[in-house]
Design a protein around this ligand. Sequence first.
Ligand code: UDP
Length: 317
Amino acid sequence: MKKILITGAAGFLGSHLCDRFINEGYHVIGMDNLLTGDKKNIEHLFPLENFEYYHHDVSKFVHVPGDLDYILHFASPASPIDYLKMPIQTMKVGSLGTHNLLGLAKEKKARMLIASTSEVYGDPLVHPQPEEYWGNVNPIGPRGVYDEAKRFQEAITMAYNTYHGVETRIIRIFNTYGPRMRVNDGRVLPAFFSQAIRGEGLTVFGDGSQTRSFCYVDDLVEGIYRLLHSDYDQPVNIGNPDEITIMEFAKEVLAMVNNPKAHIIYKDLPKDDPKIRKPDITKAKEILGWTPKYNRHEGMLKTYEYFKKVVEVPAEA
Ligand code: UDP
């Protein structure tokens, strides 16, 4: 049985990855310090013999007994308001954490895949963004702690690949959504769904003309699974290229939830908020044979089912 360590296991993506690798017959070690993760996302795995949970902060030395075949490094605050609140932890998990895990990968001769991000492209001047684009990042802006940690993460990962011969894989993840996103994580999809369900104002930042391209989580997990098992060690974008403005997206959520009290309100656009974002997925198609299967409506319906269960609606005054 192959053994895999997944960091950030109790988070949104980490928990879906734990499910996938358990279903594929792996022995999964899930690691998390629960800074932004939630044990509820993986507690259904606790009774399984081939699942172990380690409570640990990977920015400290990481020890795993016995053999290890694969490492997926998915620990990190990932929402802009989280990394504004926790800038130092965000930098440490992307830098020190990655260094520790690369050391572990070298020691165990394990293959390591790191979760990089479309944020390495910053506020992009090239559209859509191919892997060859070097990005437009403000290193000292509010998002710099995340963007630069992830850029450092890519650099040190390539260094371990080149100088130590560690087998590495780099995925650049574009906006992804689905069940188990934290209701209050501040990202646009949980924000809009919870506001619409509660009958509040949907907080559109700026004039809502900025764009994003949203990928359903099962598609992303499939891309990660394929990349891990491929022999390609350069960065690969995984995301859904179906681009939409945030204003149009707010209207889609309003139409789906259909709560007469819900409406649109405007808030200031956060500093350095990227104006456009859309993945060029040519590489994922050619190298991994991967394309997203869920359209936004299907993915949003599945996510809405989840939020209906977890969003608390205050009683009428
Ligand atoms: N956004 C918004 N209202 C919200 C939260 C986010 O209009 O309540 C906008 C945000 O300004 C950005 C986009 O939605 O342009 C996506 O934001 P998110 O925080 O989900 O992730 P990002 O892609 O910026 O990392």
